[in-house]
Design a protein around this ligand. Structure first.
Ligand code: GLP
Length: 261
């Protein structure tokens, strides 16, 4: 993993925005995997600025990472709604190229999840998967205990995750109890992965994911098995890392050597 520690969330968003913009500039047909949640919003804002300066997203394809089960697409708390509002509309990503798992309550979920995997495969696989991390170490909605090889499927949300997200709903009772998520196996199949975390409430999960053992109890620790993971952290999220100084020294060396853009 390549770890970059930024002074604060604004710098993190700026640097992560430059990282993703370079990927899209290098390959205008990039296939992105998109996490919702609060953490990537600044990155998506930055991509809007890059688009204003000419970066073309019209040939980009994107796949949502996860979505609440049974929530209508236009629901203000749906991840789809968030991505459409904060990214797709800002960067002219064609609606037909932005894919989501089918979470309609009457859908044949297993068939829909298998279909989602096929759609990703038909697009050539995901080039860059953007991830946040839950306070319990989840990625997407792969909660502790998830198979490290799992694929897109219906999952039950833990009480901790429901508590962390219920503020997005008008009442806690409206918070769905289930979601559809790309599996950890789906995530690991991406060619590159970008993990973002900011805030002290993520510090323990980040340390366990980056420096702890690979274990299903910390789903993000599976990222250690992927050969191309870039992690952007703010100082608060990096606070529990034992090798923090080493990561900073390496980033400085790479910058000095001109190996970072
Ligand atoms: C949520 C989502 C994830 C997200 C993570 C962190 O529950 N399932 O896709 O990355 O938890 O969310 P946030 O960035 O809002 O802290």
């Amino acid at each position: 993993m390549r770890i970059f520690i930024c002074s604060d969330a604004a710098v993190l968003s700026h640097q992560a925005g430059t990282f993703v913009a370079n990927v899209v500039a290098d390959n205008p047909q990039t296939v992105l995997g998109l996490a919702a949640g609060a953490t990537p919003l600044g990155l998506y804002r930055e991509l809007g600025c890059h688009h204003d300066q000419g970066l073309d997203f019209s040939a980009v394809t994107a796949f949502g990472l996860d979505e609440y089960f049974g929530l209508p697409a236009g629901h203000p708390a749906s991840f789809r709604h968030g991505i459409e509002e904060h990214l797709a509309a800002r960067v002219d990503l064609p609606p037909a190229r932005l894919h989501w798992p089918d979470v309609r309550p009457d859908a044949d979920v297993a068939a829909a999840c298998a279909g989602y995997e096929r759609t990703i495969a038909h697009a050539g696989g995901i080039d860059l998967q953007i991830l946040g991390i839950g306070g319990n170490g989840h990625i997407g909605f792969n909660e502790p205990g998830s198979s490290l090889a799992g694929r897109t499927r219906l999952v039950r949300l833990t009480a901790a995750t429901r508590r962390a997200n219920e503020g997005n709903f008008s009442s806690p009772a409206d918070m769905p109890e289930a979601a559809v998520t790309q599996g950890i196996g789906t995530i690991l199949a991406a060619r590159r992965i970008l993990l973002l975390a900011s805030g002290a409430n993520k510090a323990a999960a980040v340390a366990a994911a980056v420096e702890g053992p690979v274990t299903a109890i910390v789903p993000a620790s599976a990222l250690q098995l992927h050969p191309d993971v870039t992690v952007f952290l703010d100082a608060a999220a990096a606070a529990d890392l034992r090798r923090r100084d080493e990561y900073q020294a390496e980033a400085e060396m790479l910058r000095r050597m001109g190996l970072l853009r």
